[in-house]
Design a protein around this ligand. Structure first.
Ligand code: NAD
Length: 486
């Protein structure tokens, strides 16, 4: 019989949701145990997600900056990529951060157990190869795993999910990216910068389905030049690895195609078959809730996601769930916020609940896309009247100095109150810029507030001020709705 440990709070999963909850709970004096399958905490985001991908995207950015510097009279040679060194640098970044999380556990007196936990009953979790832990309260923060499609289950080393792609074992001559979402476009951009001929196949009519098309358009334009092909409205129907073939995988497609550099006429069928050295499957992620024994304790699940109320409490009152396993959007910062919210519910003297108006989302492509709050599509769906101020970066001094006039900033307001409901940005550094919009929306600011705040010149942050000024006819560089550009 394994040893049984008792704890007041058990956090299952040590990603941004789990460790944020565990750290805050311990800081509030709660006896806390953190169980995670990884040797060091950090979860998908730190080990095989946000941090390694952004390290690679930094490298891609440097390659593009060096290339584009020619426009400013600076010539660099072709980059020489040392993959072993690149991997070592990425590993070091991750390990340094993970080690500091481990230290964070130790410093706070959190019991950290390595292994996979599974419910035995509603107050006990067993850890494979480890102890049983009995708890008073549990926070489930078990995250998500890459989704796949049966046709890719052919046990070929040439087929990668995001975790394998992040290792960059090699730079394939040709790479097919299945899925034109966050992961497909971010990692596709990395491999294209490193020298792969990248083809993206996306089954819907747009890249980044669901994202404001005005924001996606400049990115799509740029990727046309960097990717070999972008097939929209197209699905992969079959994949096989011909025996004794050094060529790679043969892939069959079905659907319309919008391709570059030679677009097919509307409605024409995509290539019926093509060969690729490697394939990256990036068709979404699914909650990691199988094999947890949730059925044993009666925790309700819907499409794999754990159902919670606005305090992130499940139908079993002493069990909570946060992060990817508790529903969309699957974003690290959403998970951390939820983790802290639950601890506030458990230890605070008020009873907060989820009340976020502006959840930021960032796609770290080049250009970046970032948005928060209401989108124009949301407003349409809700039959809600909105006013939109758009500022194109062609008129931004800072964007001009960077050679990055390809951006656009839009501010969406309630026409009756002028209150800011949403902001969308496409352009260099959009992910950093969106933070101002989050603060503006969460603090109930109006477009007039934003317009009257002095933004430093010359910076890209001015584009937010100018988009708000557009709504009030105050913009020096933007076009006031209904007025002609002079
Ligand atoms: P995603 O949902 O962003 O994109 C998946 C894409 O695959 C969609 O466009 C979908 O239409 C397409 N698709 C699905 N089946 C297909 C098929 N058979 N053929 C062609 N296309 C198909 O998912 P993802 O890119 O795998 O990322 C998963 C999640 O991880 C995201 O939802 C996001 O929340 C998170 N993530 C976030 C970031 C970030 O914050 N920057 C980065 C990476 C991942």
């Amino acid at each position: 019989m394994p040893e049984t440990i008792s704890t007041d709070l058990l956090v299952l999963g040590g990603g941004p949701g789990g460790y944020a909850a565990a750290f805050l709970a311990a800081d509030r004096g709660v006896q806390t145990t953190l169980i995670d399958a990884g040797k060091k905490p950090g979860g998908t985001c730190l080990h095989v997600g946000c941090i390694p991908s952004k390290t690679l995207l930094h490298v891609a950015e440097v390659i593009h900056l060096a290339h584009d510097a020619a426009d400013f009279g600076l010539q660099f040679g072709e980059p020489k990529v040392d993959l072993a060194r690149l991997r070592a640098r990425g590993d070091k970044i991750v390990d340094t951060m993970a080690t500091s999380l481990l230290k964070g556990c130790k410093d706070r007196g959190i019991s950290h157990i390595v292994g996979r936990g599974k419910f035995v009953d509603s107050h006990t979790i067993t850890v494979d190869g480890g102890p049983r832990v009995s708890f008073k309260t549990c926070i489930l923060a078990v995250g998500s795993i890459p989704a796949t499609l049966p046709m890719f289950d052919i046990k070929s080393a040439r087929i990668m999910d995001s975790t394998a792609a992040l290792r960059v074992e090699s730079v394939p001559k040709s790479l097919l990216v299945v899925g034109g979402g966050y992961i497909g476009l971010e990692l596709g951009s990395v491999y294209a910068a490193l020298g792969s001929k990248v083809t993206v196949v996306e089954m819907t009519p747009n890249l980044l389905p669901g994202v404001d098309p005005d924001l996606v358009r400049p990115l799509h334009g740029k990727l046309r030049g960097r990717f070999e092909n972008i097939y929209l409205n197209t699905k992969v129907t079959k994949v096989h690895e011909p025996e004794a073939s050094a060529m790679g995988l043969t892939v069959e497609f079905e659907g319309e195609a919008s391709s570059s550099p030679a677009p097919l006429p509307q409605g024409e069928k995509a290539n019926t078959a093509a060969s690729f050295e490697k394939i990256l499957v990036a068709v979404g992620r699914k909650p990691n809730t199988d094999n947890l024994g949730l059925d044993k304790v009666g925790v309700e699940v819907e499409r794999g996601f754990i159902k919670t109320d606005l305090q992130r409490r499940t139908n079993v009152p002493h069990i909570f769930a946060v992060g990817d396993c508790a529903g969309e959007p699957m974003l690290a910062h959403k998970a951390s916020h939820e983790g802290k919210l639950v601890v506030e519910v458990l230890t605070g003297d008020r009873a907060p609940s989820w009340d976020i108006r502006a959840m930021p989302a960032v796609v770290f492509t080049d250009p970046e896309i970032a948005w928060c709050g209401l989108t124009e599509a949301d407003a349409k769906r809700q039959n809600r009247n909105v006013k939109v101020g758009v500022f194109r970066w062609g008129f931004s001094g800072r964007a001009s100095t960077l050679g990055r006039n390809d951006g656009l900033t839009k501010v969406i307001v309630d026409p009756a109150t002028d209150q800011i409901l949403g902001v969308g940005i496409v352009g260099a550094g959009a992910g950093e810029l969106i933070a101002e919009a989050v603060v503006a929306i969460e603090t109930g600011s109006t477009a007039a507030d934003l317009a009257l705040c002095v933004h430093p010149h010359p910076t890209l942050s001015e584009t937010i001020g100018e988009a708000a000024e557009v709504l009030h006819g105050l913009s020096s560089h933007g076009l006031t709705p209904g007025k002609k550009q002079v």
